[in-house]
Design a protein around this ligand. Sequence first.
Ligand code: ADP
Ligand code: MG
Length: 240
Amino acid sequence: MFILNAVSRNYGSIPAVRDVSCEITTDGFVFIMGPSGSGKSTLLRLLSFVEAPDQGTVRLELGGLLYDTAGSTRPWPNLTCVFQRQFLWPHLTLRDNITLPLRTSGALNIEQRLARVIDLFDMSAFVNRYPNEVSGGQAQRAALARALVLDPALILIDEAYGGLDLEQQRILNDHFLRLRQSGVGLIVVTHALDLAQAQADQVIVVEDGQIAEVGTRSVFENPTSNFLRKVLLHEAGLKP
Ligand code: ADP
Ligand code: MG
């Protein structure tokens, strides 16, 4: 569980996250939604502990341990992130990209762990290729596999579908569901309304650096935020 207390983060004079207090579940499927520029990526960076708030505190209880942005311990790699514009090392095959964190952390059973994520993400046909030899969707799966290979309890993913076509998005959705079934907590920034409506344990709508709406997926039935209302109206208009 994340507990945010009066969290603000500014970039120069731009307030990206403004006075946010909320609780975010870490053992479910959480969807962070909202318009472009509303502060979703900033919020995710704060949750990942790669950035600290200017004001307020981010506290996290994960795997029986407590973390606080004001403290010195960090939840990695029990918490891992897949950020927008994730890069894979271009001079390494996908296989070597995935095993690198295992080797640097001195992990045991490297081949076994590798085999498991290759299987999970259906990567055996292309895992020996270099990043520039695979599609965006395949590279995205490799980035997810690299995040997963250290057995995190929680994965944060920003704009999971960036650059993916509908078929690749569908495949990625399947992988998300498999991750959930294996007990991993997921917090994703996404516009994937269908998936959120079907699977979200918690929905967080960010508008203008603040939390406009938070709740279970029942928020889709009677949304109060401008963003969700607009998105759902648009969706309804597309249906015959
Ligand atoms: P979203 O992910 O919802 O599109 P962001 O969190 O990326 O929103 O950005 C929120 C606001 O903060 C925007 O106004 C953006 O321009 C600004 N911002 C984000 N990151 C930076 C940065 N590194 N430097 C300056 N401004 C930033
Ligand atoms: Mg963003």
